[in-house]
Design a protein around this ligand. Structure first.
Ligand code: AMP
Ligand code: ZN
Length: 114
């Protein structure tokens, strides 16, 4: 827990969020400024900013996130596909320095970004 981190505060329940799924490893909630019809954030329950700072234990949490994401996508009706993005640092537009996985879908995602 980083007391200055907004996602740690959301995990701790100090800041409200629209929760979609939670277990001991991760919290999944709706992005406050959705970039697609469905825009979720999957946040591992350990504070680290980027993949470069991730230790083995944290990598296990991220693995669990990736294993869970397909069933969350199914529950959200993302049957025709979705995009998964992890921004790393300033050039990628990372604004919250607690690693998180964007899940975007519910519409064709366009071809420009990737
Ligand atoms: P990134 O730019 O990859 O760091 O993504 C950060 C994301 O967090 C952005 O899409 C924001 O809209 C989202 N965000 C910031 N604060 C909140 C919040 N309190 N609840 C939900 N999403 C948030
Ligand atoms: Zn944090």
């Amino acid at each position: 827990m980083d007391k200055n981190c907004i996602f740690c505060k959301i995990i701790a329940g100090e800041i409200p969020s629209q929760k979609v799924y939670e277990d001991e490893s991760m919290l999944v909630f709706k992005d406050i400024q959705p970039q697609a019809k469905v825009h979720l954030l999957c946040v591992p329950k350990s504070h680290f900013a980027t993949l470069a700072e991730m230790n083995e234990e944290q990598a296990e949490l991220v693995k669990k996130c990736f294993i869970k994401i397909p069933s969350i996508a199914r529950e959200q009706g993302l049957d025709s596909g979705y995009r998964v993005i992890i921004n790393q640092g300033a050039d990628a537009g990372q604004t919250v320095f607690h690693l998180h996985i964007h899940i975007l879908g519910g519409q064709p995602m366009g071809e420009k970004m990737l």
